[in-house]
Design a protein around this ligand. Sequence first.
Ligand code: CA
Length: 204
Amino acid sequence: MEIRVTMALAQYILIFCFTGVLCNTANTSAPSADCSTDTHPFIPIGSKYYLINAAVKMNWFEAGLFCRTFGSDLAVIESEAEMDALSFHVTTNGNLWKYFWLGITDLAVEGKFMSHYNGRAMPYAKWARGQPDDSQKREDCVHLWPVNNIYFMNDYPCYSEGYALCKMRPRPKCCSESGLSNCSLKKLVQEYVRNACPILDCRD
Ligand SMILES: [Ca+2]
């Protein structure tokens, strides 16, 4: 019975090898990549991880590119709790009075502020009094703005200078953490393919 199952699996592997799908995947991706717990250089604030660059001023576009170089995006604040945690961290770490760019803009449709990450309406807002005002009709990017030692949100010219506030993207759950049977199967198939490819001389 076991031999029959193994042979059937080998047949599937052979088919996949000819198509080059699984062999390429097995050869180019480390099985532990999905399970990395290394969050450097992001730091935990509240329940999320961020990278705050309070050293170099950038416009909104540059700040977004800065975050992308670390595989992240300008932060989109999703709740009052997240806003409070970020405000507390920034104000208690010597960065009060600095402007921090968020991943929110109404560049696409004036007055409709959305996440630049997924195009959805901004999930949470804490506008400063009288904001957003699109002053001089040139304020399309949102930043964190301190008013009386408390951070609020304000629309601001995208080419003005501020600091990047990057938020780490959600990581896929590790197979061992999720305990899902399809993860175990995936690992099993990857292991078989990894062993079979050199024998079957799989090529790109
Ligand atoms: Ca404004």
